[in-house]
Design a protein around this ligand. Sequence first.
Ligand SMILES: NC(=O)c1ccc[n+]([C@@H]2O[C@H](COP(=O)([O-])OP(=O)(O)OC[C@H]3O[C@@H](n4cnc5c(N)ncnc54)[C@H](OP(=O)(O)O)[C@@H]3O)[C@@H](O)[C@H]2O)c1
Length: 208
Amino acid sequence: MMLGTAGMTAIQCAFTTKQTREVLLLGEKVNDVIVTGASGGVGSIAVMILSKMGCNVTAATTKPNEEYLKSLGAKTIIKSGDLDKEARPLDKGLYDGAVDTVGGNILANILSHVKPNGIVAACGNASSIKLNTTVMPFIIRGVKLWGIDSVSVSIKRREFLWDEVSKLVDFDLLEKSIKEISLEQLLVEYSKMLEGKTSGRYIVNVNK
Ligand SMILES: NC(=O)c1ccc[n+]([C@@H]2O[C@H](COP(=O)([O-])OP(=O)(O)OC[C@H]3O[C@@H](n4cnc5c(N)ncnc54)[C@H](OP(=O)(O)O)[C@@H]3O)[C@@H](O)[C@H]2O)c1
């Protein structure tokens, strides 16, 4: 319940970014990673899981929530706005991999900043559905853009991922960022969510 679709998506993204390169493609170790939309439902759990996997996680966020993101394991916090500009075809290689939940300019900049053979797990469009990039990250650095769809994952893969959850998710910590609200409270919270004024996750208890 606490993990939900966001949790399933986050664990898929984290495994794609780290284990797909290290285990499936027998590539180099994935150390430095970036997660965008870091305080959102998917982003926050991806930060936690990648930190548990031993990565140095950079969290990109629009909010002043450094303490919260550090409590999840993020090592470095950057402003999403710094990446929300037209991307250069290739930029300084900073990350071995990435989890992107926002799309748009931010995803384009992430692709330009990924080091050779890094995997970018893209699952969301919180900022934009558009992606204006070039072939350069793909043909010069072998960067892989890996789409994540939590709906059509095979049962076998779901079972594998859920088996990993207990090792990678700190439920006590996660619980602190979850608020349980009633349907009436949802009417109030929902408008705040649309204005980007909330953080953490909400469970709507219809019996409350
Ligand atoms: N592919 C799939 O199977 C799948 C599954 C679940 C979700 N999704 C998608 O993944 C995305 C994230 O889902 P979620 O549940 O984590 O949503 P969420 O809780 O609403 O979080 C989205 C986060 O994105 C960031 N954000 C929002 N608008 C932004 C903007 N204009 N510029 C930069 N950052 C922005 C914010 O992060 P900060 O607060 O840190 O700034 C926000 O907290 C959504 O697009 C959702 O539809 C896809």
